[in-house]
Ligand binder design. Structure first.
Ligand code: GLA
Length: 411
């Protein structure tokens, strides 16, 4: 009897301790995570060779220097569980095992990410984590995983917040800090609750490799860059350091013309979105590499205030977007959504913006002069003494950094 009492006491004690400690790992993803994920280009065709070569290419191409850090294997690395229920990697595609692969990625100064799913199976039909959350979290911690993308297939009758909280707690109790990326496509409005659960959450269904289209797969749809962009505008107040809206991974380098790649990348930077490249890093054109490694555009994405941009105006298919930055600077984007070039005129004498969410203001109507630096075209400089007149090609963007010039004043 005494022993039973002791056991009950111990169980209650540990339950109280672990629920008191249940939380996500704080201090991670203070700026939007940057990296690469296998899914958009390779789908289930993953192997340790691909992942190692990608890590090598991330370093040799300059992507790592530009800030890309996480190398994430998406679905299909896993095949079954062992007799004790531990998850096993595909022995043919990952003959050295996941731990050795993580060690390799770490030896390059990069971080390693992996994928699972809250349901009984992953979206690709592989064994997933339902009922194995703590066991899987232990494996990830043991292998040296730094990032977990956690999907939402085969989850009928499962509560979203509950399922993701269970995996959060499992990761926390396994003890290794892991960025937790929720991938439930916005089904359970994660922006309302996931800041306490993970570090980023998908806001929509999957991206499709096109600029402006919807792909109908019968029972589900995937969305082009513009369709995803349209779904983000109302969500900005939920994002910030350590908790980001995730409009899905980049399709830059997967076949869109360079103007569309540029617009896609710039708008993701503006959204303070995770910049997870999804192309073949071993084999990309210099145009794609230039897009992915534009340090000024990346700096807008990685700005330490972590404020998501917003749509300010729309005129004749050109959208004006703004993102407040640290040091009272702003990023100003003009996105031409139409299929023909558009000329814009911006009269600074009447340009005044007050962002209620951040409490920051940009007002060029007074005598202060603001400098406008073009972040895509030769860093060319203009200022607010003269109206801006610019022609933006079809499906392209003009991206300006706006900062005050303290000395001169408008005549
Ligand atoms: C879902 C996710 C994708 C990808 C696949 C893998 O569709 O949203 O990003 O992870 O599953 O099967």
């Amino acid at each position: 009897m005494k022993l039973i009492k002791k056991i009950i006491f111990a169980v209650i004690f540990f339950a109280v301790i672990s629920s008191a400690n249940a939380q996500k790992f704080e201090g991670l993803a203070k700026t939007p995570p940057m990296g690469w994920n296998s899914w958009n280009k390779f789908a289930c065709n993953v192997s340790e060779q691909l992942i190692k070569e990608t890590a090598d290419a991330m370093v040799s191409s300059g992507m790592k220097d530009a800030g890309y850090e996480y190398v994430v294997i998406d679905d299909c690395w896993q095949v079954k569980r062992d007799s004790l229920g531990f998850i096993l990697a595909d022995p043919e595609r990952f003959p050295s095992g996941i731990k050795a692969l993580a060690d390799y990625i770490h030896s390059k100064g990069l971080k390693f990410g992996i994928y699972s799913c809250a349901g009984a199976q992953t979206c690709g039909g592989r064994p997933a984590s339902r009922g194995h959350e703590y066991q899987d979290a232990l494996s990830y911690a043991k292998w040296g995983v730094d990032y977990l993308k956690y999907d939402w297939c085969f989850t009928e009758n499962i509560n979203g917040k509950g399922a993701y909280t269970t995996m959060r707690d499992a990761l926390y109790s396994a003890g290794r800090p892991i960025v937790f990326s929720l991938c439930e496509w916005g089904d359970n409005k994660p922006w309302l609750w996931a800041d306490k659960v993970g570090h980023l959450w998908r806001t929509t269904g999957d991206i499709y490799n096109c600029f402006d289209c919807v792909e109908d797969h019968g029972t589900w749809k995937s969305f082009g860059v513009m369709q995803i962009l349209e779904k983000q505008d109302t969500l900005r107040k939920y994002a910030g350091p350590g908790h980001w809206n995730d409009p899905d991974m980049l399709e830059v380098g997967n076949g869109m013309p360079v103007n569309e790649e540029r617009a896609h990348f710039t708008m993701w930077a503006m959204l303070a979105a995770p910049l997870i490249s999804g192309n073949d890093l071993r084999n990309m054109t210099s145009a794609t590499l230039n897009v992915l490694t534009n340090k000024d555009v990346i700096a807008i994405n990685q700005d330490s205030l972590g404020i998501q941009g917003f749509k300010f105006a729309v005129k004749d298919s050109v959208e004006t977007w703004l993102k407040p930055l640290k040091n009272n600077e702003w990023a100003l984007f003009y996105l031409n959504r139409s299929k023909s070039p558009k000329t814009i005129t911006q009269d600074w004498k009447s340009f005044s913006v007050a962002d209620d969410f951040s409490g920051l203001k940009l007002d060029t109507t007074g005598k202060d002069v603001y400098i406008l630096r073009d972040l895509w075209v030769n860093n060319s400089i203009r200022d607010t003494r003269k109206a801006l007149i610019a022609t933006i090609p079809a499906h392209d963007v003009l991206c300006l950094k706006v900062f005050m010039k303290p000395v001169k004043s408008r005549k």
